[in-house]
Design a protein around this ligand. Sequence first.
Ligand code: ADP
Ligand code: MG
Length: 359
Amino acid sequence: MSVEIPAFYRIGVGAIGVVLIAIAGYSARNTQIAVSDGESDALESASGGVIEAMRPLMGSHFSVRVWATPGREPAAAETINQVLDGVAELEEQISGWKPNSDTARVNASAGGVAVPVGTELRDLLAISERWARSTDGAFDVTAGPLTDLWRAARSHDVLPSDEAVQGVLERIGYEKIELHGDSVRLRVPGMKLDFGSIGKGFAADRAAMLLRGKGFSDFIVDAGGDLVVSGRRGDAHWSLGIRHPRSPRLLATARFTDCAIATSGDYEQYLVADGNRYSHIIDPRTGWPARSVSSVVVIARTGADADALATGLFVLGPEAGLELVEKMSSVEALFTLQGGGVRHSAGLSLQGDLLELRK
Ligand code: ADP
Ligand code: MG
């Protein structure tokens, strides 16, 4: 079975997910934002309320929820619109799918001349390089040619040959990205940047920055299930539900704030061959899909860090992954293993279905 979900269709899938999980009012692919119960709704009318909007952006649905005190609702609504416009602009600059983006121009020039790019792409490359180094190349935004090879494999329902995989590996490697002042060059012809693993988190950070700049500090930015959470929902916590990779029930509920949460999982896009499940996350060092876990949830300071690390840890697996996480302050992770078991970093506690940060 091949499950290739075109970007425009994901919205529908997310909406169905919400019905299955029976959380009304809001949807996200990986992390669900639970609606409050009747009690806190009553409370909400006196002290303020939630203003929200959603737009299809970055191949997913991008939502912003802001807690607004009475009288600030119109400003919140206007700001949310500006934020979503900002994300659309960012997408035009960094998405490889947009033909005039900096990324598409850099990719088209691989092996040729360096291409002048804007600050957004340079920032994104700097963060990407940092995570590529600290994950030993498990996270690598030059995985583009492998991503393409495996996307074709999923759509034809056949595994690629070893030769095909080996051939592509020559074009992979973050150390082959050259920065010349404001310009970027990919050293080898056929190299391709792919920000599928970090772009949404990065955009969520930009959105959060814009919201704070306009004086809003209580919000959730939801970039297709990768969240940046800030402040509170009036007197209550923002309540989050983390989707289970293999069942319609939630894996956990959480009340994190002032952090970013991202998930990488093998449940939306995968290929099954010989009884094995091949996910859309590829180990750039071998060229084969990572298979040791079924999902990774990462809590970190920024959306870009959480998003990149969720992908990187998915490749590293629970042993090497947790070893890395324990070395870093302000990063926590939870792995769901292929067999269904769960492992998490020491800074998290999972009691029943409640996931919390240890004090
Ligand atoms: P999601 O599909 O939920 O956004 P991720 O954030 O993990 O999940 O991103 C997965 C995408 O990242 C893939 O579709 C592909 O475009 C890209 N990718 C796959 N493997 C890697 C990797 N090892 N390093 C960086 N990017 C990758
Ligand atoms: Mg990611």
